[in-house]
Ligand binder design. Structure first.
Ligand SMILES: NC(=O)c1ccc[n+]([C@@H]2O[C@H](COP(=O)([O-])OP(=O)(O)OC[C@H]3O[C@@H](n4cnc5c(N)ncnc54)[C@H](O)[C@@H]3O)[C@@H](O)[C@H]2O)c1
Ligand SMILES: [Zn+2]
Length: 355
């Protein structure tokens, strides 16, 4: 069992989940609520049975899976169910699921009765290496991602890498985008270790290193005043593409797929503005194109796209802030980029995939 100390809580790697049992025995919560979606109910909840055998009082709250449900309507449903089940301030919410469940469950818990404790048990690669660590909770508003939310740290995070076995290849690869990102922004060795890996071969040590990086960054800057912004590499353009795709495509891009496109565009900006060498840009492009399908950006009018980007929380006034690479393994934040160059980066991507 490996442990990472985070902001007042621990991230515990434990495939048996015995540590959760110990945690609950020590804390003596008045009630335990478990938030799942349909898939984690089917595939993951069973693994918690050993823990629940000892519990006197627990209830399950189930939501429909999918990003389109990470919204206020579903959140109201969760709050109402918490109320119906008699949750009080001494209750614990266990969020068992991917980033949608850990983000929305964290937000519901952080705001219910001004805050009840919650723990995260991430069940997708993306939520294990990213969403469950760092204390950001939240929901989307229309097509603006994560615009409503809090910074609230969980009481603990339990990572069981066995959960990834039932995850489909597309979801696993989506999470892999964040692992590659952690290498690109912070650790060239990690990037080199993963760039030719088969995603199914991802092992606990890579997940551990990836969480370690996220944790090192967020621990130095919990509320994203500075360094934490480097985690947004690829996300300024990526989130706008994700929001666009969610509302316009029949089969919308997953988060990791969208930020893979975003990282190519922002890699281009990095080459233009912060000195990312051309051969490293080409390496980055080859890596992402090996894992992710090309995305035809069907946007004719960039205005909507800029509106999406300007809603991003990292911006100040009208300026669009980016985190850009100076080399593989190093990232600089607060790089403000004009609209013309942003369009150039999108055109660069369109041109690239048309060849
Ligand atoms: N809070 C943060 O810091 C942070 C960071 C990154 C991403 N996020 C958020 O995370 C979300 C994306 O997370 P995600 O990719 O985990 O999506 P997700 O929660 O939608 O999960 C993806 C799919 O996999 C299913 N699933 C989950 N675990 C499974 C398992 N073990 N076996 C089989 N199926 C399983 C889910 O039901 C869902 O259908 C986005 O909303 C994003 O904004 C948050
Ligand atoms: Zn992300």
């Amino acid at each position: 069992m490996q442990v990472i100390n985070s902001l007042g809580y621990q991230v515990i790697f434990d495939d048996s989940l015995v540590s959760l049992k110990t945690f609950l025995a020590e804390r003596q919560y008045s009630k335990v609520l478990v938030l799942v979606d349909r898939n984690t109910n089917d595939h993951c909840l069973g693994a918690l049975q050993v823990v629940f055998n000892d519990l006197e009082d627990y209830d399950i709250i189930e939501v429909d899976p999918g990003e389109e449900n990470k919204n206020i309507d579903f959140c109201i449903g969760v709050w109402k169910t918490m109320l119906d089940f008699g949750a009080d301030r001494k209750s614990l919410m266990i969020n068992l699921g991917g980033g949608v469940v850990t983000d929305m469950g964290g937000f519901a818990a952080a705001t219910f009765k001004r805050g009840v404790d919650f723990v995260q048990i991430p069940t997708t690669l993306l939520s294990q290496v990213d969403a469950s660590v760092g204390g950001k909770t939240g929901i989307d508003l229309d097509n603006v991602k994560n615009i409503i939310g809090t910074f609230t740290q969980p009481q603990a995070v339990f990572i069981n890498t066995q959960f990834l076995k039932t995850l489909d290849d597309r979801q696993l690869t989506s999470g892999f985008a964040e692992v590659i990102k952690h290498g690109l922004i912070y650790d060239r060795d990690l990037y080199n270790n993963v760039k030719e890996l088969k995603v199914r071969d991802i092992a606990a040590d890579i997940i551990f290193r990836s969480v370690e990086i996220k944790n090192e960054v967020v621990s130095q800057d919990p509320t994203e005043k500075g360094l934490r912004k480097i985690l947004n590499f690829g996300h300024t353009i990526g989130h706008a593409i994700e929001g666009y795709s969610l509302f316009n495509d029949n089969n919308p891009l997953l988060h990791g797929e969208a930020i893979a496109v975003g990282m190519i565009c922002e890699g281009y900006l990095s080459h233009k503005l912060t000195g990312l060498p051309e051969e490293e840009l080409n390496d980055l492009i080859a890596t992402f194109r090996a894992y992710f399908p090309d995305y035809r950006i069907a946007i004719e009018n960039y205005d909507d796209f800029f509106t999406l980007m300007k809603n991003d929380k990292k911006n100040v006034g009208d300026k669009i802030g980016f985190a850009l690479l100076s080399s593989i393994g190093k990232c600089e934040y607060d790089q403000y980029v004009g609209e013309e160059l942003i369009i150039e980066s999108l055109d660069f991507y369109r041109e690239l995939i048309s060849r």
